[in-house]
Design a binder for this molecule. Sequence first.
Ligand code: KIV
Ligand code: NA
Length: 264
Amino acid sequence: RRRVRVHHLQQFKESGTAWPMLTSYDMYSARIFDEAGIPVLLVGDSAANNVYGYDSSLPITVEELLPLTRAVARSVEHALVVADLPFGSYQASPEQALETAVRFMKAGAHAVKLEGGRRYAAHVEALVSAGIPVMGHIGFTPQSEHGLGGYRVQARGERGEELLADALALQQAGAFSVVLEMVSGQAAKRVTSELRIPTVGIGAGPDCDAQVLVWTDMAGMNTGHTARFVKRYADLGGMLSEAASAFAADVRDGAFPAPEHSFD
Ligand code: KIV
Ligand code: NA
């Protein structure tokens, strides 16, 4: 297997091959997902919740996300590593977006992702002109949670036209793919068939070209409430909890360390 490039993702779309994407924030998860053949890993700003313990993605900074990007980029051989641009690090201008994106590329990312549609076409263009592949992200965009009035399904009914206009603007600006988050399945299907570039769904139904999940949700590290669109493929949280309890019990009753763990 070779390094995954953006043109491979385009080929997947053209051959009708759905592809998976997962978030990753550290070395072990990156290495494991890379070896499992996940072609695209996202160092998401969801690290805000899943690494740093914030209760939304708004507080995370470039300084907090850069080291995680370095860790993931160092740990993969094949996967295309996409880094999210944090809230406040690109909205002001195409120049600000380019400055921030360059920092993530220097940290080892192979592409960046930013939230927003038509209003961010110029930002996307500035990055693409500088040789930086850009993944768009529209529909429910968590960095705009307060502007959108909370976690609500987007692009229902008439609003589907706006989603399509945003997606087309991103494609026109040179984006190589676009995430559709928590949108009506009908709208996602329409956007996917109208776009030349791949769509990556999360809560966007079965008709997108690719699907992404937050790894800690997918693997059951997050034992709290998860969204309807999450499918849990493992109970890592439960397994770690059992391992920690077993270790604690062994220490308390003297079963660990045994002679084989000790030196003469
Ligand atoms: O930060 C993130 O995890 C994301 C994905 C859900 C697309 O942006
Ligand atoms: Na994100």
